[in-house]
Design a protein around this ligand. Structure first.
Ligand code: GLV
Ligand code: MN
Ligand code: MN
Length: 412
């Protein structure tokens, strides 16, 4: 089988997809179900159809592009990732798994290979939590991790419900029907940039993901007392932002002192009310993101945060409310998919490193219903979720080649 990845086409498609953006280049912002996202989806659907794939979309907008196997009733071999991008992001996160997956399928077709199991490219809806506050919306529904009922209650910052937004975007049908039938997948492989520095540092071509870390996130509301920045004496203040500052540092410290480098915690959003230079902050909303490869350690940081909230609330006479948005367990990759990936690396003489993903991915949820593993491509300095995120065309093409070989093995 002669697999040829068309690098120029891959590069040009990555460039075109990056042009569907609500931020000035090189930054990319593409929030789910915005007009920009819908334009990008339409462009991608056309490319999948041009590649000879048949496309279907479910009620949440997950997009499946199928190459039917010689046994169309057999379980499916899946690949794919996401095309939504957080504010001020780069052009590779998610994208290399989608366009690299499409290119891998084209290379397989071109080579004359004919799969027994159908191969499907899956473009997940809203891997990023930007709009509805929870990440991996599409894969949570596909795997039954999130019920249709719970999903339909989600709202965005403007108060628009997921129901309203998805219908306006043209995705109708029952959310309950998104869940995939048991045994739908034979295997699923996601290609992604590493989003960390290890492959580049160690000069290893690819990463084979053996575990995905456990993510959790909270929305925290702090209610103090506002007033005049000149008139209210310091001793009489209940400044919500000062309470938030203490809490943010305590969360950082809880992660720093967990005893493992795998514990990470981030406060990425802070909204201050009323937000005036001469007004004491009366209300603050924070987002908290806590992750670890070890569930007990991750949960210990979450508990520490709750304890600190009570202590700050007592000390500063402010009320602190925490809302848990998600606390997902980690997953192990499936040995048979890891095996197919490592054999493919060996076949093409590509060096690889078994590694952990500290970022979450839709694979975290698909792993609940299918044997899953991921393939990582190095990215410069490990940068991701920022405009200067970069992966070389050579590295992406190498990832697509190994992915193609793996899809061939799994679908034969
Ligand atoms: C995914 O984008 C993550 O935040 O890990
Ligand atoms: Mn991301
Ligand atoms: Mn991603």
């Amino acid at each position: 089988m002669n697999l040829v990845i068309d690098r120029d086409r891959l590069l040009s498609e990555i460039e075109t997809l990056a042009s569907f953006s609500d931020a000035e280049a090189p930054a990319v912002t593409r929030i789910v179900f915005t007009p920009t996202d819908l334009k990008a989806r339409a462009w991608l659907k056309e490319h999948c159809e041009d590649a000879g794939l048949s496309v279907r979309q479910d009620a949440i907008g997950n997009t499946f592009a199928r190459w039917s196997g010689s046994d169309p009733a057999a379980s499916v071999v899946g690949t794919g990732s996401h095309i939504d991008a957080i504010p001020n992001a780069g052009r590779y996160d998610g994208i290399v798994g989608v366009l690299g997956g499409l290119e891998a399928m084209r290379a397989l077709r071109q080579s004359g290979f004919r799969p027994k199991h159908s191969i499907e490219l899956l473009v997940f809806t809203s891997e990023e939590p930007t709009r509805f506050g929870i990440g991996c919306l599409g894969s949570r529904l596909l795997s039954g991790t999130c019920s249709a009922d719970a999903a339909s209650k989600l709202t965005d910052r403007d108060g628009a419900s997921l129901e309203q937004v998805r219908l306006a975007a043209g995705f109708a049908g029952e959310l309950a029907a998104v869940k995939l039938a048991t045994g739908y997948y034979k295997a699923f492989v996601e290609l992604h940039i590493e989003q960390g520095p290890i492959l580049e540092r160690e000069r290893i071509a690819l990463g084979v993901v053996t575990h995905i870390a456990a993510p959790a996130s909270f929305r925290v509301s702090i209610e103090g007392s506002g007033g005049h920045a000149g008139g209210v004496l310091m001793a009489d203040r209940k400044d919500a932002l000062c309470a938030a500052a203490e809490l943010i540092l305590a969360i950082e410290n809880a992660a720093l002192t967990s005893g493992a480098i795998d514990t990470v915690a981030t406060v990425g959003m802070c909204e201050i009310f009323p937000g005036a230079v001469n007004s004491i902050p009366s209300r603050v909303h924070l987002s908290v993101d806590i992750r670890d490869t070890d569930l007990q350690r991750r949960d210990a940081v979450m508990q520490k945060m709750e304890t600190v909230c009570r202590a700050i609330s007592d000390k500063r006479q402010v009320s602190i409310h925490t809302e848990l948005l998600n606390a997902d367990p980690p997953v192990d990759s499936a040995p048979e998919v890891i095996d197919a990936l490592t054999q493919s690396c060996r076949k093409h003489s590509v060096s690889f490193l078994p590694m952990v993903s500290r970022a979450y991915h839709d694979s975290l949820f698909i792993a609940r219903i299918a044997p899953v593993a991921m393939l990582f491509i190095p990215c410069r300095h490990g940068y991701s979720h920022r405009p200067d995120e970069f992966a070389s065309t050579e590295d992406i093409a190498r990832g697509a080649l190994v992915l193609a070989q793996t899809l061939a093995t799994l679908s034969a």
